[in-house]
Design a binder for this molecule. Structure first.
Ligand code: MGD
Ligand code: MGD
Ligand code: SF4
Ligand code: MO
Length: 713
């Protein structure tokens, strides 16, 4: 930091799991090295100078008195969250000694990493951690908790997951926001949507709930959760029946049109009305409006695919733009994620070569409860086997029990399905649990060693966004708080303690990031250098302007959009768009309702949910109930209610409202369990079920009963 008296301004980027990946500027007081201001980068074309209401307070979070600042060792019983400070040296000595014993007795697969996107940085995310776990030969983790189902469904159709740039939404004639609460979880897309709107494009939201986005749009079309695949099939039906197809585009760039035409004949709007709850008349008009727009920009996000058939639903939607040729036009198509536009080679960063010939098992993160079980039959179920052709192993082949769990960038004790099973696993006395964290989360309470990690203000990183096309560099603005260390350094020390002497574990953070950028050879990275990132902070991928990802073809084996997918057939799926009902629709106790639990506006998953400011804004753990469902059950607005199914039971407060469709309940989340009235959150109600594709969770495909807490025995 400079010794001048002028405040220093450091450029960085938000680390959170949010499509916007905002660039920021942090002002540091040179007198004491303290960050005094944070603001959105004024020159970043998507950030446009503003951060969200959460990250506006990133300094408050960073300097919060509850921040972990020293390594801690457990003193109380497992889960009690009682710790005493120890030094880094002692922590590393004790942890590595225990890891050595575990590996000697059970083999390296008895060590399991658990991480997700607490930071999306390539280095503090999986960079150094992968090196460590690859060198060790630890169990591998299938990171399925968020996006895999939709990702797979999209990829089968287009070959790569990408879509129109957010800036290009401004050029659309129709905006469909399909299962995305843009103003909460993707708010930097909104200004481009508003631009399109000024040009006359209507904005339509398809969602079971009248979210703040639906309220701000021109129209809300309520849809029964998990039935989007049916809506897409009926739209295709209308487009074909009324011959609204872009024949030239279909002929040049698609495979399987005749088979698709035959398939969708059965899926009439009248049929879809029974599935979705949307009137047949509205479906017909929607299909027409969609086909006539030149083009329509469709935003789907991951909320849409947290249902048993989420993969197929996204696959069906991803088929639509090819039929009407929207990929030809600026802003046309479906945006699920922009990540496929990035072709980053991570092999030098994550060093899969350190595995050698070893092939450790892969366990699915959404089945953490099963993974931590001492019953081999349950452990076998935790193996990652996402496609119909994949087989889970027999119990005797499940591999060793997990004896060491190393958690970083995630809070599985609150975010993962089946919390009863997760907590049972974390309570095991014989399990060594190491948690790298900023705060003492629900998960951290179960740690044997709780290690303080730096925040984005305190470490280097590079961020690849999934909602736009600017790669960004994060420079540290302040010194690490207390004794906190970057994840990269913690894994380096663990490696050293285990005697790993490869140079992978001696390289410093800046050298790693620089080498990562210098190793990129794909044309989209042409002209993107370390020096430019240092000087500019963020750089747009090198792409043609306009960027029309599928105007000229698709990165599939035959170069065409897979209306019929041979790959799907080979993987055991229906090769054509199909209808798979969500589990919650199946005939179940008639008094039960479908529960969805999408992101709360003021939290970022469980991040921020421990801080008073955001808890106050959010109020209390709520569940939205339609009056049709509330009244017969004697539930009034503000009443305590019990939600229950055969996985668990949770107490919430009812908000009786017509903002959610009858038959559906909506509980904004993710609340910390230990800060909730009954010490639980909605993930006590979620089973470890997997989606049709990608082995993802079914967070929004849950059947529950609801009744007033007062009448509950
Ligand atoms: N403020 C905030 N922002 C976030 C997050 C957060 O926790 N808070 N989380 C981040 C993460 S990790 C992710 S993955 C993204 C998630 O981003 P999204 O997937 O866009 O999540 P939401 O914004 O909740 O939008 C999901 C919407 O889908 C609706 N929905 C649920 N089921 C269905 C369905 O079956 N069909 C349709 N049509 N709609 C359905 C919900 O009511 C909700 O309005 O957001 C990121 N951004
Ligand atoms: N019911 C329900 N459950 C859900 C969802 C839902 O919509 N409903 N959403 C699901 C989705 S989409 C997702 S992505 C997952 C999210 O699950 P997680 O990825 O576990 O997300 P967070 O809860 O935000 O936890 C991230 C943790 O990482 C920590 N962290 C941040 N940066 C760093 C760092 O640099 N180093 C270290 N060591 N720690 C760091 C933060 O303090 C935070 O506690 O939850 C899923 N669970
Ligand atoms: S959470 Fe999203 S909107 Fe908020 S600052 Fe970060 S990237 Fe931007
Ligand atoms: Mo997510």
């Amino acid at each position: 930091m400079s010794s001048a008296s002028h405040p220093t301004i450091i450029t960085g980027v938000c680390p959170h799991d949010c499509p916007d990946t905002c660039a920021w500027q942090v002002t540091v007081d040179p007198a004491n090295g303290r960050a005094i201001r944070i603001q959105g980068h004024p020159r970043h074309p998507v950030t446009q100078g503003w951060l969200c209401g959460k990250v506006d307070y990133y300094l408050e979070r960073t300097y919060h008195p509850d921040r972990l600042t020293t390594p801690l060792k457990r003193v109380g019983p497992k889960g009690a969250g009682r710790f005493q400070p120890i030094g880094w040296d002692q922590a590393m000595r004790e942890i590595t000694a225990r890891l050595r014993d575990i590996i000697a007795e059970f083999g390296p697969e008895a060590v399991m990493p658990y991480s997700y996107a607490g930071t999306m940085g390539v280095l503090q995310g999986e960079g150094m951690a992968s090196r460590f776990f690859n060198r060790l030969g630890a169990t591998r983790l299938a990171r399925t908790i968020c996006s895999e189902a939709g990702f797979e469904g999209f990829q089968y159709v287009t070959g790569r997951v990408m879509g129109p740039a957010p800036e290009d939404f401004a050029h659309a004639e129709l905006i469909l926001i399909w299962g995305n609460n843009t103003l909460t979880s993707n708010m930097h897309l909104w200004p481009f949507i508003q631009k399109a709107r000024k040009g006359g494009a209507p904005v339509i939201v398809i969602d079971p709930a009248r979210t703040r986005t639906a309220r701000a749009a021109d129209e809300w079309i309520p849809i029964r959760p998990g039935t989007d695949g049916a809506l897409a099939l009926a739209m295709m039906h209308v487009i074909l029946a009324e011959d609204r197809v872009d024949r030239e585009y279909v002929r040049a760039h698609t495979t399987g049109f005749e088979a698709l035409a035959h398939r969708v004949r059965d899926f009439s709007p009248a049929w879809a009305e029974r599935m979705t709850g949307i009137s047949a008349g509205r479906i017909v008009r929607l299909a027409r409006e969609y086909a006539e727009a030149r083009p329509a920009a469709v935003r789907i996000n991951y909320g849409l695919q947290r249902h048993a058939a989420g993969g197929m639903a996204v696959r069906n939607i991803a088929t639509l733009p090819a039929l009407v040729g929207h990929w030809r036009y600026r802003g046309g198509g479906v945006l699920l994620s922009a990540s496929g536009a990035f072709h980053l080679d991570k092999s030098g960063l994550e060093r899969p070569d350190l595995l050698g010939n070893r092939q450790p098992r892969t366990l699915n993160m959404i089945r953490l409860g099963d993974a931590l079980s001492l019953d081999p039959a349950r452990r076998a179920r935790a193996h990652y086997a996402p496609r119909p052709i994949d087989r889970k192993p027999a119990a005797e082949d499940a591999g060793p029990p997990v004896k060491a769990l190393i958690v970083y960038n995630s809070n599985p004790g609150a975010v993962a399905p089946d919390q009863t099973a997760v907590h049972a696993g974390l309570t095991r006395e014989d399990l060594l649990t190491i948690v790298l964290e900023h705060f003492q989360t629900d998960t951290a309470d179960f740690a044997d060693y709780l290690l303080p990690a730096t925040t984005q203000l305190e470490h280097w990183d590079i961020l690849k966004p999934y909602g736009h096309l600017y790669l960004a560099l994060n420079q540290p603005a302040i010194a690490p708080r207390g004794e906190s260390l970057p994840n990269s350094e913690i894994f380096r020390r663990l490696a050293r303690g285990l005697g790993f002497s490869d140079d992978a574990f001696t390289q410093d953070d800046v050298s790693i990031l620089r080498a990562f950028i210098e190793a990129q050879t794909h044309p989209t990275m042409a002209g993107i250098t370390w020096e430019r990132l240092l000087a500019e902070g963020f750089v747009h991928l090198t792409l043609p302007d306009p960027f029309l990802p599928f105007a000229q073809g698709f990165p599939t084996p035959d170069g065409k959009c897979q209306l019929f997918s041979q790959q799907m057939a080979d993987d055991g799926y229906d090769p054509l768009p199909a209808w798979t009902p969500p589990r919650a629709l199946a005939a179940l106790p008639s008094r039960s309702l479908v529960l969805i639990s999408p992101p709360a506006h003021n939290f970022l998953n469980t991040t921020f949910a421990n801080l008073e400011r955001f808890r106050q804004r959010e109020g209390e753990p709520l569940v939205w109930v339609h009056p049709h469902d509330a009244v017969p059950r004697g539930i009034g607005d503000g009443d305590g209610v019990i939600l229950e199914n055969n996985h668990g039971r949770v107490q919430l407060t009812a908000r009786v409202t017509t903002d959610v469709m009858p038959g559906a309940l909506l509980a904004p989340t993710i609340w910390w369990a230990k800060l909730s009235p009954d010490g639980r959150n909605v993930n006590w109600l979620v089973p470890q079920d997997e989606t049709d594709m990608g082995g993802s969770p079914t967070f929004y495909d849950i059947r529950v009963t609801i009744q007033p807490a007062a009448s509950h025995d």
